[in-house]
Design a protein around this ligand. Structure first.
Ligand code: DX5
Ligand code: ZN
Length: 223
């Protein structure tokens, strides 16, 4: 199981994102949280900002769209050159069509689920996907506590992915830190968003490296 750490810049200096991204050279990608104050009760930035970030970095851009009418807006992020685009299934009218569009534009297609959304009704969509994002806090804000009640869903999702085969990443997002990452690895996650744990530290890259070592050790014990 490959381990990836994709820090969220939500708690970084949003006015200087490329400089903030340069502080995490060990990260496998950077997770950009797009919020519209409709799907979630918070507002961040949109496509023009992501285009500027793209122009300033070669890092894998992992776009997390927490927006309404996502079918209309998501393809633009793939066109802008983002390597991975996550739409929330609760906000999509046609997730299969959208995933195909994202892939046709060269991006990885990823489906996000709020904590209360079960994975099982969407199991048949797995062939259309490159990643599943499970929220481990209610989406909207960084710095919240990890929801342990999500561990069974991570396990069930891992079982569905293993049964499906292929290489679909399983990302967890919310409250991931050195205190919680091992539980998530044991449950089957392989891709980790950590926001406040990374950017509230004096040395963000040291935290990224520590999380990766911790997760790789836990994954080796799981295997
Ligand atoms: C929350 C966002 C997360 C958030 C994670 O809705 O999707 O990506 O930035 O932040 P932490 O790691 O602080 O929970
Ligand atoms: Zn996120």
């Amino acid at each position: 199981m490959g381990i990836r750490i994709t820090p969220s810049i939500l708690n970084a200096n949003l006015a200087d994102l490329n400089a903030e991204i340069a502080r995490i050279p060990s990260a496998d990608g950077v997770h950009l949280d797009v919020m519209d104050n409709r799907f979630v009760p918070n507002l961040t930035f949109g496509l023009p900002m992501v285009e500027c970030v793209r122009a300033g970095t070669d890092k894998l851009l992992d776009i997390h769209l927490m927006i309404a009418e996502v079918d209309r807006w998501a393809p633009g992020y793939a066109e802008a050159g983002a390597e991975s685009v996550t739409f929330h299934v609760e906000a999509s009218d046609a997730p299969v069509k959208l995933s195909r569009e994202l892939r046709a534009l060269g991006a990885r297609a990823s489906m996000g689920l709020r904590p209360a959304t079960p994975i099982e009704p969407y199991a048949d969509l797995l062939p259309e996907l490159d990643m599943v994002l499970l929220m481990t806090v209610e989406p909207g804000f960084g710095g919240q506590s990890f929801l342990d009640v999500m561990l069974p869903k991570i396990r069930r999702t891992r079982a569905l992915l293993d049964a499906h085969g292929g290489d679909i990443w399983l990302q967890v997002d919310g409250g991931i830190s050195e205190q919680t990452i091992e539980r998530c690895v044991e449950a089957g996650a392989d891709t980790f968003v950590a926001g406040s744990a990374v950017y509230r530290a004096d040395d963000p890259d040291a935290v990224v490296r520590a999380l990766k070592v911790q997760a790789e050790d836990a994954a080796a014990h799981r295997a």
